[in-house]
Design a binder for this molecule. Structure first.
Ligand code: PEP
Ligand code: MN
Length: 397
């Protein structure tokens, strides 16, 4: 037994040696191609060719019984690396003329617009792998009952900041349902800045939210604040929300990563995009692939709004991860009349959905009243939502 393991390992070592040899040959050819590209000023990166290579290799991997995700991950990392190598060939050293302290003349410079932003660092420098775009070729989708998040049609999530009473949450659920919303939200465990503010109804709130969801056939999402509450929330809700303040609560991320429920992961108000994706990785790494990202505004120098809605993050996130991403314009703006334009902006920027707060009587809300929409405002927002997303539905048909 021991002998045969030893033997197998020797054969593995020999194969590894072949792989390194093959990589060295590939690198040499990439260098030659890079030198030719540098002469002709051809673009280093050729996404079309990369995609063709990947498609061919995935077919070959399928035929050989090799996991296509492994091949995709390896080759994407390789492409990044070899592109860097070719770029180094193209970039002239500033000191290429040893007699002159001046940079090389513009004719010899690689064609780069002065305002061009640098390429993002290669994927292997990131704090995430499973969340990385390279891990999957297609966008991941998250199914919650009849609702698909991350499919072609964006989703509309509405509901109160906090569940306050049966009457209140039922009224909200009815309004969401009538307006054609897809998911009901409502906080039961509230992360409040002051310990003296309303902390949520806890278990009672979970039961009311679940009842409202059942009554109007809407899946429900609610925040979980403590690893010890995950089981209770799983029992009553369809999606577990991780709030902005807990984005890097690693114990909580691991706990929801072990749950068999989708997770809505809000971006921390002081978190970079890569920290956000690193947090998603904690959940994925525990074996839970059903992560939905939620952009809810970050803290900047601006004080006119509660936070600043970073829509810039949307295309960046699309590029860096396959996970669906929705936007919460309520917590971003903090003021109800600004919610709808931001929701429209989010959809225009490619969000997979929007989540907004609403209340039967916002001025009496126990939390986040100023940003909560009236039912009329929610209906108006929903109308615009459907008008903007109808083409996506048609295209999907
Ligand atoms: C919420 O959605 O109710 C909430 C508390 O949001 P955030 O974590 O984004 O502040
Ligand atoms: Mn709120």
């Amino acid at each position: 037994m021991h002998q045969s393991l030893h033997h197998i390992r020797q054969r593995l070592d020999a194969i590894d040696q072949q792989i390194i040899g093959a990589l060295a040959q590939r690198q040499e050819l990439v260098r030659e191609a890079g030198a030719l590209k540098a002469k002709t000023e051809a673009a280093v990166r050729d996404p079309q060719r990369e995609s063709e290579i990947l498609q061919r290799l995935r077919r070959e991997a399928d035929d050989a019984g090799v996991d296509r995700r492994l091949v995709t991950t390896l080759y994407r990392a390789m492409f990044d690396h070899f592109v860097e190598l070719q770029e180094e060939l193209q970039a002239p050293a500033a000191s290429s003329d040893p007699d002159s302290g001046a940079p090389a003349s513009s004719e010899t410079l690689a064609p780069a617009a002065p305002d061009e932003t640098p390429d993002p660092p290669p994927q292997h420098d990131k704090p995430y792998r499973l969340a990385a775009r390279a891990h999957r070729t297609d966008d991941s989708t998250v199914r919650v009952g009849d609702v698909l998040v991350g499919g072609r049609a964006p989703v509309l999530i509405g509901g109160p900041c906090s569940v306050e009473s049966r009457e209140q949450v039922m009224a909200c659920a009815e309004s969401v349902s009538q307006a054609g919303g897809h998911i009901l939200r409502g906080g039961c465990f509230k992360p409040r800045t002051s310990p003296y503010s309303f902390q949520g109804l806890g278990q009672e709130g979970l039961e009311l939210l679940q009842e409202a969801g059942h009554t109007f056939n809407l899946p429900v999402v609610t925040e979980v604040l403590d690893p010890g509450d995950v089981d209770a929330v799983v029992h009553h809700a369809d999606i577990l929300q991780i709030g902005a303040r807990n984005m890097q609560n690693f114990a909580l991320l691991k706990a929801v990563g072990q749950a068999d429920h989708p997770v809505l992961l809000k971006r921390g108000m002081m978190a970079t995009i890569d920290e956000w994706l690193g947090a998603a990785e904690y959940i994925l790494a525990q074996g839970n692939p059903r992560v939905i990202l939620c952009q809810r505004g970050i803290r900047t120098f601006e004080t006119a709004t509660r936070y600043t809605l970073d829509l810039t993050a949307l295309p960046v996130v699309r590029e860096r991860t396959h996970l669906p991403v929705i936007v919460d314009p309520s917590h971003a703006s903090g003021i109800r009349r600004w919610v709808q334009p931001l929701a429209e902006g989010a959809l225009a920027a490619g969000a997979d959905g929007v989540m907004v707060e609403m209340h039967p009587n916002p001025d009496d809300a126990l939390s986040d009243g100023p940003q909560s929409l009236t039912f009329d405002m929610f209906e108006a927002l929903a109308d615009r939502f459907h008008a903007m997303t109808a083409p996506a539905l048609t295209a999907a048909a």
